[in-house]
Design a protein around this ligand. Structure first.
Ligand code: DX5
Ligand code: ZN
Length: 226
């Protein structure tokens, strides 16, 4: 199934004055990737770029050159998702030859495409693009800030996607932590973004391990059930 269970701390709620150190702290604690939330007017770094911006078209190239691994845009923010997916793929490849970013790109590979939907968007709108993307992000809070309450009623979207697209990476983002990860994992999510639950913990490593174990057990059970 998909690409295995991965845990991506969201550093939106971290000590932003020490962003570099916070990223290293998360990687040292066993994070599989970093989930970086980008809003209009804010810069970014490497990682899974969650673009909560009004014009996702305009940031593809800068993010590709900066060395992003994945460009996740919101379906609601564009009128032409197909063109944007194509642009991300093309720019992701082209950036391989940009001298400045060359070293990074050779180790990271091309820019991956993520497509996100807000709580109010029906999953059927995402479905036509599912075979063209690397990851679907089902938001489990309204995008904007960390520490919000997990919306359990988003789980049928995750479950539907997992059933329809068994090998798609499915990410959840918002209010996910030790108390809510079971629901996400059982519904079929394999990429778990967690902000405050990890960042505010005294022992982020054990939280990351717990989230990954819950997710892996559910994935294993699914493969046995099949
Ligand atoms: C919310 C962001 C999230 C946020 C998650 O709009 O997209 O990535 O930082 O934080 P928690 O896990 O605290 O909800
Ligand atoms: Zn996010």
């Amino acid at each position: 199934m998909a690409s295995g269970c991965k845990i991506g701390p969201s550093i939106l709620n971290s000590d932003l004055a020490n962003l570099g150190a916070e990223c290293l702290r998360m990687l040292d604690s066993g994070a599989d990737y970093l989930h970086l939330d980008v809003m209009d007017g804010h810069p970014a770094l490497q990682g899974d770029m969650h673009m909560m911006v009004s014009k996702p078209e305009q940031w593809v190239k800068p993010m590709a050159v900066a060395g992003a691994n994945q460009y996740t845009f919101h379906l609601e923010a564009t009128e032409n998702p197909g063109a944007l997916i194509k642009d991300i793929r093309e720019n992701g490849m082209k950036s391989c030859s940009v001298t400045q970013a060359e070293v990074q790109w050779h180790s990271q590979g091309p820019l991956q495409v993520g497509l996100a939907i807000k709580p109010g968007t029906s999953v059927e709108y995402l479905a036509p693009w599912a075979n063209q993307i690397d990851m679907a992000l089902v938001m489990t809070v309204e995008p904007g800030f960390g520490g919000q309450k997990f919306m359990e009623d988003m789980m049928p979207k995750v479950h539907w996607l997992r059933t329809q697209f068994p090998s798609l990476d499915i990410e959840v983002d918002g209010g996910v932590g030790p108390d809510t990860v079971h629901k996400c994992a059982e519904a079929g999510a394999n990429m778990i973004v967690s902000g405050s639950a990890i960042m505010r913990s005294e022992d982020p490593r054990s939280v990351i391990n717990l989230l990954r174990n819950v997710c892996s057990e559910a994935a294993q059970k699914r493969s046995l059930d099949r």
